[in-house]
Ligand binder design. Sequence first.
Ligand code: HEC
Length: 114
Amino acid sequence: MKTRFIVLAVFSFILLSAGTPGKETLKNGEKVFNKICFACHKDGVAGAAAITNKKRWQENADKGLENLMTNIKKGIVNGKYGTMPPRGGCTDCTDEDLKDAILYMIHESGARLK
Ligand code: HEC
């Protein structure tokens, strides 16, 4: 049992580090995106990176997932491009939801996590 778990964990890590989020991640990410993130990130309102903007999402992805999580949990006030409310304004999103939404947007834009 323990060995299986370790094998699975290592495998998931390889998948994630290769920048290929799993099906469940993308499905939940899309749900969260459609709930709230789309308001700014669909077309790139108010300086937000549009989901179709590969260049901007690559720039985000290059910061690394952990840094992106830290930044969006705090919110961004007068950043390089604009202002984003803490947690993208999603008060009932878990950290996992936010992470899935980030991975979804990176994936959809065609950008890749390093
Ligand atoms: C009210 C508009 C708005 C909403 C809603 C919004 N964002 Fe943003 N987001 C922005 C703006 C503007 C920026 C660019 C800030 C900057 O870098 O100056 C941004 C930047 C980001 C970044 C890059 C952070 C960084 O470190 O540069 C991520 C990741 C992100 N948003 C994820 C999300 C997620 C996930 C959601 C939904 C849960 C969301 N956003 C909802 C406006 C929004």
